[in-house]
Write a protein that binds this ligand. Sequence first.
Ligand code: URA
Length: 193
Amino acid sequence: MADFDKMWEDFEFVCSNCNACGLRESAKNVVIYRGSRTAPLMIVGEAPGAEEDEEGKPFVGKSGRLLQNLLEAYGFEEKDYHICNICKCRPPENRRPEPSEISACKKNLAIQFGLVRPKVILLCGSTAYEGFFGEKPVMKDVRGRFIEKKGYLIMTTYHPAFALRNPSAKIPIYEDVGRVLDKLRELGLVSSK
Ligand code: URA
């Protein structure tokens, strides 16, 4: 087995056996990623919901379908993105993960970043932003612009679940994903679509 596959296998084993917070107790699956193992774009959401917990993959429920439609509308292919969450286990009743749960999951997320080595990160929603920047955002102020941190170009947008409740938010999400594609093209990291 190639080294990289072995590193992924070890990483998935570590995640699946993680008990760093209480969420694993009630979760059916540890939801690690979908998409490519190396991708120029990493998309980070909040935490798995019921469907994600069931399937063991992030963003496969209603908000995932909205996200997927947007990605496909822009011509993104699976090789271009790696989708994951700030927390890998479903919080009961889909509550927001607690700061202690986010911090317990950070170590594995950092390893995941080291494996995927994205250049651009799209944070979906305020929990993902808080997980990265350690403060609550005013979404309308932070969305839509790149922040450079530790060599990553980070864009924040609304969470797709928010856009399901507030359909007018689909427009800014659409614009922000477009900005992400423009940046990746500018960097020569996706083929022109
Ligand atoms: N919401 C998220 O933030 N992540 C998922 O995987 C699904 C819904």
